[in-house]
Design a protein around this ligand. Sequence first.
Ligand SMILES: [Zn+2]
Length: 262
Amino acid sequence: MRIAQLGTGEPELVIVGGIHGDEPCGVRAVEWLLEAEPEVARPVRLIVANERAIDAGVRYVDADLNRSFDYVSTKTAYEAGLADRLRREIQGKTVLSIHSTQSTHDPFAIVSGLSNGVEPIVSRLSVEAVVDAGPLEDGRIFDTSSTVIEVEAGYQGSETATANAKQLAEEFLVATGALPGDLSATERPLFEMGKAIQKPPAEDYEVFVNNFNRVDQGETFARADQQRLQADEEFWPVLLSAYGYRDIFGYRGRKQGSLSPA
Ligand SMILES: [Zn+2]
């Protein structure tokens, strides 16, 4: 794990890239900040999380790091050690964790509840939507005692995702007062993440719907080999893709209204 810092003193702010090794945009954003070395009014910790997975170009080595922040995960996994270290580095801090996805080009944010000062930050980021994952207990970074905003910066491996990741990192630093500037809060559509949509066993998958666009009851939203999957009830797809996850297509999101500027 690579850990560096902008400014002096114990940071309250952290930017993390490379939790997943096959999502280079966050790593590029962290490297860009390290190179630019902007003068910060508040110190910022910069972390490149899973270097071994990044070097191998894979999501993880032994276990998904973003499912390893609980105390029941496989202790022998390489990522279990990383999770312990990362938990200590971000404890009690305000964290931007940068990801990318196979589901959409447009950046969006994922939070676990809107308290702890999340709202004024997230409403100043250039995201098309905010997804509230709720009180998940599945070993994500939200299971640490930190205030975490995850961003999905765009399509995995794309130049756009890297450009978005840099912009989001900079906006996070402006919104938290580490960098000078003025960002006005903007109203964003708010979704509840909802339950995972399991993939039936198949060789070949396809998804027919777009993230955050309502799927009507009875609408065919995906295919597993010849089996066409229809919605039991309406939902708003979150992180839906054919191959982004091994066992699930993504999440059965629900529209929650909008996040008003704070
Ligand atoms: Zn990721």
